[in-house]
Design a protein around this ligand. Structure first.
Ligand code: 5GP
Ligand code: MN
Length: 342
C-alpha cells in the first residue's frame, strides 16, 4: 500500500476538474527530459482512456533517445508550430503543468498559459513552486513527477484503467530522474510502484536499454574527449568542471541529447561532490550542476539564473564562455557560502 502523500482535498478537486473537462492540454518544461515526457505522456494515455481530448505541448525539441516513448510523435512543439501550440493551450478547458515550478521554464509558452482561461493544475517535485494554479500538487521529496502521476491515478481510483502505455512512460521518467534508481530513490514505495508497473506488463530491462544503450559513436567520442581533455578538477574544493564550446560540439556532430549524463561522470571520482558541465549553445550557455550528499547545488545554480533540486540543478549564462568559467570557478572556491545558507 502507498502512503497518501497527496492531500485528499487536492485529489477531490482535481478529480472533479478532470470529470467535467473535455479538452485537456498538458504542458511541460523546456528541453524535456525523461521525467517531463514520461509524466506528460503517462497522463496523456490515461486521460485518453477516460475519453478526453488530450494534447501535449512542449517548448522545444527533446533528445532522440526519448523518441521511442509511446505518444512522443503526437507532441506539439512550440518552436515548430507556434500558433498550434498557443491555440492548443488557449482552447483547453483544463491545463496540466508538469515537472516545472516557474513559468520561466516554459519559455515562449509563458504568455499563452498566462492568457489561457482553462483551469490549471500543477504537478511537480521541484522546491518552491511559483505558479498560480487552481490545484497545486508539489512534492519535492518525491523521486519524480512520474511517481506523482502514478500516485494521482491510483488515488482517483483508476489503477485498473491505467493503460500499458501510461505505465511504460511513468516507469521511464522514474528511472531517468533517479539515475536508474541510484539517487532520490531510497523510499520503499518507489519499489512498490515498480512492482505495480511491472504488473501492467512493462519490460524494465528493455526500457533501460532503449534509454542508455542507444548512443551514437560520435556521442561516445565526445564523452572521451571531455574526460581526457576538458575535465578540470579542483581537489581543494572537491569539485570538477567540464566545458564545451560550439566549435567543439560541431567537431563531434553534436545532436540534442548527446551531452546528457556527462555532468554525472566526475561524481564517480573519489572525493568529488560537486560537478558542473557547461555547454555553449547558439543563444546562451547552458550550465548543469550536480552534487552528492548535503551540498545544495540548487543554491549555486540560483546565482546563474537557474535552480533545481538539492543534488541536480541547472542555469544559464549570457556572458562569454571565458567569463562564465571564471564566475563558476569563483563559486566553486566559495562553496562554503552555499553550505552556510542551508
Ligand atoms: P539538467 O542539468 O539535467 O538540464 O537539469 C537538472 C535539473 O535542474 C532539472 O531537473 C531542473 O530541475 C533543473 N534545471 C535545469 N535547468 C534549469 C534552469 O535553467 N532553471 C531552473 N530553475 N532549473 C533548472
Ligand atoms: Mn523531474
Amino acid at each position: 500500500m502507498l502512503t497518501k502523500i497527496i492531500a485528499e482535498d487536492a485529489i477531490v478537486k482535481l478529480h472533479k476538474l478532470v470529470k467535467t473537462a473535455e479538452k485537456i492540454t498538458i504542458v511541460t518544461h523546456i528541453s524535456p527530459d525523461g521525467d517531463a515526457l514520461g509524466s506528460s505522456l503517462g497522463l496523456y494515455w490515461f486521460l485518453l482512456e477516460l475519453q478526453k481530448e488530450v494534447k501535449v505541448v512542449v517548448p522545444n525539441a527533446f533528445p532522440g533517445f526519448l523518441s521511442w516513448m509511446q505518444g512522443s510523435d503526437k507532441i506539439i512543439q512550440y518552436v515548430e508550430n507556434r500558433k498550434l501550440a498557443e491555440d492548443t493551450i488557449k482552447d483547453a478547458d483544463l491545463l496540466f503543468f508538469l515537472d516545472f515550478n516557474d513559468m520561466s521554464r516554459i519559455n515562449g509558452l509563458k504568455n499563452a498559459t498566462l492568457e489561457a482561461t482553462g483551469k490549471k493544475i500543477l504537478i511537480d517535485h521541484h522546491p518552491h513552486p511559483d505558479i498560480y494554479c487552481d490545484v497545486k500538487i508539489s512534492h519535492p521529496e518525491i523521486s519524480s513527477t512520474c511517481e506523482l502521476i502514478f500516485r494521482l491515478i491510483c488515488r482517483m481510483g483508476y489503477f485498473q484503467e491505467m493503460p500499458f502505455n501510461s505505465a511504460e512512460n511513468i516507469y521511464t521518467g522514474m528511472m531517468t530522474d533517479t539515475g536508474n534508481f541510484s539517487f532520490n530513490s531510497q523510499s520503499k514505495e518507489v519499489y512498490f510502484i515498480i512492482h505495480e508497473l511491472l504488473s501492467k506488463g512493462i519490460d524494465k530491462d528493455e526500457i533501460y536499454r532503449r534509454i542508455y544503450n542507444t548512443y551514437s559513436a560520435d556521442r561516445m567520442k565526445l564523452m572521451g574527449y571531455c574526460l581526457s581533455k576538458k575535465m578540470k578538477i579542483y581537489p581543494e574544493h572537491k569539485a570538477a568542471l567540464i566545458f564545451l564550446t560550439l566549435n567543439e560540439l560541431e567537431q563531434f556532430h553534436y545532436q540534442i541529447g548527446d551531452t546528457e549524463g556527462f555532468v554525472n561522470i566526475p561524481l564517480q571520482i573519489q572525493g568529488i561532490d560537486i560537478s558542473i558541465f557547461v555547454r555553449q549553445d547558439k543563444d546562451k550557455i547552458k550550465i548543469s550542476f550536480r552534487s552528492t550528499g548535503n551540498f545544495p547545488i540548487n543554491k549555486m545554480a540560483e546565482d546563474f539564473n537557474g535552480g533545481g533540486h538539492l543534488n541536480a540543478a541547472g542555469g544559464d549564462s549570457y556572458y562569454s564562455v571565458h567569463k562564465t568559467i571564471e564566475l563558476l570557478e569563483q563559486a566553486i572556491a566559495n562553496r562554503e557560502k552555499y553550505e552556510i545558507n542551508t
